[in-house]
Design a protein around this ligand. Structure first.
Ligand SMILES: [Zn+2]
Length: 113
């Protein structure tokens, strides 16, 4: 039997400011756009949204993914591009996550110029 253990190492996890108020994503609309679904679901800018999961599409913010063709370990090897396609098709980055997603709030819709 093959031993398949994977260690997740989050170098910044220990330095996160614990006094920073983390609002529950379900209650409040976010301010910053999710890179996957485009709805404004992030309470903080993307570069600060470490391990934050978008409540609308279930994309986990992966700060190590710099372009949409890069596989994201946090998102089961999906690329951002695939995740967007899935969101369009299934309403979540993977069909099985649909049950955890909520519809976007009116305030979270991208503003049309
Ligand atoms: Zn999203």
């Amino acid at each position: 039997m093959e031993k398949a253990s994977k260690i997740f190492f989050l170098p910044e996890a220990g330095n996160l400011a614990l006094d920073k108020e983390q609002s529950p994503p379900e209650d409040k609309p976010g301010i910053y756009p999710c890179p996957c679904c485009g709805y404004h679901t992030l309470p903080v800018p993307l570069e600060e949204a470490l391990a934050y999961i978008c409540p609308v599409c279930f994309w986990e913010m992966d700060l190590f993914v710099l372009n949409e063709d890069e596989e994201s370990d946090l998102n089961h090897g999906l690329t951002l591009y695939q995740a967007r396609e899935n969101y369009r098709r299934y309403g979540a980055v993977l069909p099985r996550f649909k049950q955890y997603c909520r519809p976007p709030m009116e305030q979270e819709r991208p503003k049309e110029e």
